[in-house]
Design a binder for this molecule. Structure first.
Ligand code: CP
Length: 316
């Protein structure tokens, strides 16, 4: 029996093109995979016979391992391509690498790359479905989906939930995807950070902008902390990490300004003692480890949704 379509597009390159219905359907499907992943028997064979390649040009712990587990739990053959040991280190271009892998007939290609737009470029050159696992400053769609699912599980909804995204917003693809997705779902998004770490056109993003952590936290339902993305900084954006922690680090005292039942999120990797104190990261309001669990379920949902579209295409 044909399973209902969830995504309208062949690829998942960003959240910018997703409708409310698509986002809701993906989160609903992910809930089913949360339940499956908590069982002793975690596998289905929905993607049996499918080949998934994970091509990561940037380091990753959470995203790469959860895409691998997600594909395996759905029954796909999963190959993790190590860029360090590949011919990329001998000067092969992204496109030549992609076209070479495409010749092996994969069905799903998951890519992380340091350049914004890399996933979209790849999607134009290969015949399989492409999933963006983070491209430069641009987007990290599955992170935003797993964050939304985590919030919905705790707050019961996304509409009118006050989400304070704090820290280095300027260099963060996580912030960008979250701003787009959460705003589309009706959340009230705040961005909170020092001037140099906010995007140049912050006011035009349709969010509330705060230049003081205390002010930004006041009355928030969700506090999402971001690390300093040093790998994307082309200069000195802060005087020192010590100074940054003094004004912008989340500690228990500052967290008391948010709502009593506010949750604390972080996409990881965390820099303890820089943007977040250990007492908060490991404290009772932290849902950081739950975000990791949701990451596997959301990635299963995305792989499943794109595989459904491949089945439709083949049947047409
Ligand atoms: N949140 C996130 O993308 O983490 P990784 O870099 O470990 O994949």
């Amino acid at each position: 029996m044909e399973r209902p379509a969830i995504l309208n597009s062949r690829h998942l390159l960003g959240v910018a093109g997703l409708s409310i219905a698509e986002i809701t359907a993906l989160m609903d499907l992910a809930e089913e995979y949360v339940a499956l992943s908590r069982q002793r028997e975690k596998k289905t064979n929905l993607l049996r016979g499918r080949t998934q390649i994970n091509l990561f040009f940037e380091p990753s712990t959470r995203t790469q391992s959860s895409f691998e587990l997600a594909g395996k739990r759905l029954g796909a053959d999963v190959m993790n391509m190590s860029v360090k040991g590949s011919s990329v280190s001998k000067g092969e271009t992204l496109l030549d690498t992609a076209v070479t892998l495409n010749a092996m007939n994969p069905d799903l290609l998951v890519i992380r790359h340091q350049h914004s737009g890399a996933a979209e470029l790849l999607a134009q050159k290969v015949s399989c479905a492409v999933i963006n696992a983070g491209d430069g400053w641009h987007e990290h769609p599955t992170q935003a989906l797993l964050d939304a699912l985590t919030i919905r599980r705790h707050k019961g909804k996304l509409e009118n939930v006050v989400v304070a995204i704090c820290g280095d917003i300027r260099h963060s693809r996580v912030a960008r995807s979250n701003i787009i997705l959460l705003s589309r779902m009706g959340a009230r998004v705040r961005i909170v950070g020092p001037g140099p770490l906010l995007p140049p056109s912050a006011e035009r993003l349709g969010v509330e902008v705060f230049h003081s952590l205390e002010e930004g936290l006041r009355g928030a339902d969700v506090v999402m902390m971001l690390r300093l993305q040093r790998e994307r900084m082309d200069g000195a954006f802060i005087p020192s990490e010590r100074e940054y922690y003094r004004f912008w680090g989340l500690n228990e005292e500052r967290l008391r300004l948010a709502k009593e039942d506010a949750i604390v999120m972080h996409p990881g990797p965390m820099n303890r003692g820089v943007e977040i104190d250990s007492s908060v990261a490991d404290g009772p309001r932290s849902v950081i480890r739950e975000q990791v669990e949701m990451g596997v379920a959301v990635r299963m949902a995305v792989l499943d949704a794109l595989a459904r579209n491949l089945e439709r295409e083949a049947a047409a």
